[in-house]
Write a protein that binds this ligand. Structure first.
Ligand SMILES: *Cc1c(COP(=O)(O)O)cnc(C)c1O
Length: 439
């Protein structure tokens, strides 16, 4: 915004509160949203002039902080030549260059790319591909999915049906959502020795229902919005083997984990596996503009294209938007030329030192760290708003949900801001727990 006229923020926020839906909110909302006027690196400037350290990367997205100069330059160049053109019948260099990078970097075998606008729709396309694959093979009965508890795959109707049936939005819409199969969530813990009960239970579902199941859907290694749970790579490895054994496709949702967050470029790499279909979103443009993608093997595209009707019937209006593709190309190039692995290690080490000791506090149920993700799970689930408020007071932006206070900062967050982030988080958690236990 040009500051020639200073906006009247009281009026703007009143209007916002009355008229504009925010994520997972009432309308009019009970708590007004916070005005934001500027972002730079890991700093967010609020409408009252305060600057706060960003602990959320705008929900995983802003890998290199906001307004990255190289990503912005690429977008400026693109907007001057061609911000958008329909993808039906046309193609352009940004889409092609981005597809090349995705095919090259993603797990082996994923060679075909479908561009969409958001993560949920990338999952919709993944589901459609899986279903159509089996229709094309004259096995239309394989039209259900197998998900796991605590999963989160998006907010659209097809994806709600594979979110956790209890803590997702499944129950409210259970009458209209398609019924899929669920296995227990993978046992919690990235580096545990497991007795594999979880995988045995999943195997049992496949044994009984593989003739009805098109695909297993899974968030590799990190279950995000459904619980911020980390699990062992061996689970994923065994899951891949089971999918092969029972002739079921594997859809890996790396919308949150893709592009380095866990310490590997893709979380699938921890298990050395390739899914049949992979979804990317959130992180694809480094938080600069919306774009997502569904990648698939040549076997999937060939099967769909040789069946009836021989096409994949999906084609968003803004498919492969050139501006977004340019941002994604720049985001990937910035990532690969940065010492991102060192940065993830640096953040992981810092979180381990600073956050893990919170385990000793009454009211804290668990603290876990993986890559550049730190999670403090509380015993109670109603303290999030107070913790968010306290954190903001100490100059830190967090967005807790339920019992989960979590942070995934930009990989290149300066060390002093990282210190401020963890200090603010710890202080607010301790203060709010103390206050609540005194009530
Ligand atoms: C955020 C998310 C989605 C949905 O992406 P949207 O862009 O919000 O539609 C799907 N899967 C996972 C794992 C996510 O984190």
């Amino acid at each position: 915004m040009n500051n020639s006229i200073t906006p009247n923020w009281d009026e703007l926020l009143d209007y916002d509160q009355e008229h504009i839906w925010h994520p997972y909110a009432k309308l009019p909302s009970t708590t007004p949203a916070i005005g934001v006027v500027k972002t730079q690196g890991s700093i967010i400037t609020l409408s009252d002039g305060r600057e706060v350290v960003d602990g959320m990367s705008s929900w995983w997205a802003a890998l290199h902080g906001y307004n990255h100069p190289k990503i912005q330059q690429a977008m400026h160049d693109q907007i001057d030549t061609m911000p958008h053109i329909m993808f039906g019948g046309f193609t352009h260099e940004p889409a092609i260059e981005l597809a090349k990078r995705l095919v090259k970097l993603s797990p082996e075998g994923l060679e075909k790319v479908f561009f969409v606008d958001s993560g949920s729709v990338a999952m919709e396309v993944a589901i459609k591909m899986a279903m159509q694959y089996w229709i094309s093979l004259s096995r239309p009965g394989k039209n259900r999915l197998l998900s796991v508890n605590n999963a989160y795959h998006g907010d659209t109707f097809a994806t709600m049906a594979i979110c956790d049936p209890i803590n997702g939005m499944h129950s409210l819409f259970s009458e209209v959502l398609p019924k899929h199969f669920f296995a227990p969530a993978p046992e919690m813990g990235f580096d545990i020795e497991s007795n594999n009960d979880d995988i045995r239970d999943l195997r049992a579902v496949l044994e009984n229902h593989h003739n009805e199941i098109a695909a297993v859907t899974i968030e590799p290694i990190v279950q995000g919005a459904g619980g911020m749970r980390f699990y062992r790579p061996d689970y994923l490895k065994q899951l891949r083997e089971l999918c092969d054994e029972f002739d079921v496709l594997l859809i890996a949702d790396e919308i949150a984990t893709g592009f380095g967050r866990t310490g590997k470029l893709f979380a699938c790499e921890w298990a050395g596996i390739s899914p049949d279909i992979l979804t990317l979103g959130k992180t694809l443009t480094g938080g600069h503009i919306t774009l997502a993608a569904t990648l698939a093997t040549s076997k999937i595209s060939a099967t769909i294209s040789s069946g009836e009707p021989g096409i994949l019937a999906h084609g968003p209006t803004y498919m492969a938007n050139p501006l977004a593709c340019r941002a994604a190309i720049a985001n990937i190039d910035v990532l690969l030329t940065a010492p991102w692995q060192d940065n993830i290690k640096r953040i992981e080490t810092h979180f381990n030192e600073m956050l893990i000791p919170l385990k000793a506090i009454d009211g804290v149920k668990d603290v876990r760290v993986l890559g550049a993700i730190g999670v403090v799970e509380l015993e109670k689930d109603h303290l999030g708003a107070d913790i968010q408020g306290e954190a903001l007071e100490s100059g830190v932006w967090l967005r807790p949900f339920g019992k989960l206070i979590y942070t995934m900062p930009a990989y290149n967050i300066p060390q002093n801001q990282l210190n401020d982030l963890t200090t603010g988080l710890i202080k607010s958690v301790i203060n709010v727990i103390q206050k609540s236990s005194q009530l």
